[in-house]
Write a protein that binds this ligand. Structure first.
Ligand SMILES: C[S@@+](CC[C@H](N)C(=O)[O-])C[C@H]1O[C@@H](n2cnc3c(N)ncnc32)[C@H](O)[C@@H]1O
Length: 272
């Protein structure tokens, strides 16, 4: 996903969840009086970092937002400038020795709606561990399970679209088929060295007031769309939407659409 402008206009669900989780978890975290150094992994367009995270942080010295996509980083730097925030390009999955990039590390690491894009969860968690100072805390929030991923799978089997979706597996949350995704994540995080303060994957609901809002939300995060010839993109999106509605039975009589999914919320501590 690289269309930052579209994402900012269609990320109501992601913003709702960031707010929900921050309201519950920020009061549970320990805050240093002399201010915190904060990392936001997968900051995307930067609006959640700038407009939700930073205003809610009780103590902050410096915030860094990192993202895989240079286009997102450039957009975030231009559009969501703030004296305490810097945006950088970084792949949290493939980075080697990230402390060479950020030698002082961070006292808090946040991540919203990013880690379901990461297949190598161990290396990603290990990098987050390395980037945290001893005593630091991480709050990682992402999709554990979502019918959206089943929709991608089903679309990739269709003759018309399969050529554009050969790598569909790499866009599906690794927790999608797990019976107890939170336990799998907790076990992995513990193995990497974290103390698990809590890890859960509750089912949440979000109501899109009309089906077009859902269509835009799907469009904004769809990793396959840009591979499809322009003249076929609308047909692809319509089929994605129809497939999702079929899977979820999510369209209501009043025209609204309900999305149901499991959100991973992992609150982790690095003790040394
Ligand atoms: C759906 S956006 C979320 C943006 C923002 N955090 C929010 O909550 O609105 C997911 C972002 O994760 C980024 N991303 C995906 N894989 C990544 C990786 N390995 N390292 C860093 N960022 C990654 C994508 O480029 C994208 O901008």
């Amino acid at each position: 996903m690289e269309d930052a402008q579209l994402y900012v206009s269609a990320n109501g669900l992601q913003r709702r969840d960031a707010l929900l989780v921050l309201s519950e978890y920020l009061p549970q975290m320990e805050w240093k009086e002399d201010g915190e150094t904060v990392l936001d992994v997968g900051c995307g367009s930067g609006d959640v970092t700038r407009n939700l995270l930073v205003p809610l942080l009780p103590q902050v010295k410096q915030v860094v937002g990192v993202d895989l996509s240079q286009e997102m980083v450039t957009y975030a730097s231009k559009t969501f400038h703030h004296d305490s925030i810097n945006f950088h390009q970084l792949d949290i999955e493939r980075a080697v020795q990230p402390r060479q990039v950020f030698p002082d590390g961070f006292t808090k690491v946040f991540s919203f709606y990013c880690l379901h894009w990461v297949q190598e969860q161990r290396s990603c968690l290990n990098n987050i561990y390395q980037l945290l100072q001893p005593g630091g805390e991480a709050l990682l929030v992402f999709l554990a399970k979502n019918p959206l991923f089943t929709m991608y799978q089903n679309m990739s089997l269709k003759t018309r679209w399969q050529q554009y979706m050969k790598d569909v597996k790499s866009y599906i949350s690794v927790y999608q088929d797990k019976t107890d995704p939170a336990q799998v994540m907790a076990d992995l995080a513990e193995d990497v060295g974290f103390q698990i303060l809590s890890c859960e994957a509750p089912e949440l609901e979000f109501v899109f007031d009309n089906i077009n809002y859902l269509k835009n939300a799907i469009k904004a995060v769809n990793p396959f769309l840009k591979r499809i010839p322009k003249e076929d993109q609308e047909a692809f999106l319509k089929e994605c939407l129809a497939e999702l509605v079929l899977l979820q039975g999510c369209q209501q009589e009043d025209g609204s659409a309900v999305a149901r999914y499991n959100l991973m919320i992992a609150h982790l501590h690095r003790s040394q």
